[in-house]
Design a protein. Sequence first.
Length: 192
Amino acid sequence: MTATPFPVGEIVAARRPHRKDAARNYDALLAAAREAFAEHGSDASLEDIARRAGVGIGTLYRNFPTRRDLFESVYADEVNALCQAAEEFAGLPPWEALTAWLDRFAGYMVTKRAVREALNDESEIFQSCRDSMYAAGGPLLERAQRAGAARTDMDFVDLLRMVAGITATAFDDDAQRDRVLAIALDGVRTGR
């Protein structure tokens, strides 16, 4: 399958430094921020993020001059990974492709909740990310519907809202969240 150019991919590529050492630091900061936001929400300490990444606070500010820049970059990077996952899963049978992608989407929701407070729904980054996510995941649902594996009385937005609602709930652990998600997806599945 050929890679589809998603708007978010262009955003991620434009923000990522070209020098190898700078790109390594950038990637380490994104990973550390993703982890810190998942643990502490949007109030995560920038100093802690730099420390987790193994860089100084100056390196963090060179890459992300404002906290919002960091939030946007983490968010765009997560959505870009979702888009790439959709392409990777496209070769699976329709239902497996859809559920594999939705599992990744559920994991992404943890980070999204943390950065959502900092992003405006009308921002260019948010719009590009939403458009990219719909363009990547929507065809997986449509394919599962055409194959008779998923209900046809729902659309992609319905499905995302259901999964987002589930992931917004507090669970004892990831295994419990995965069980509840599987139960909900049983209501989406047809023609077993």
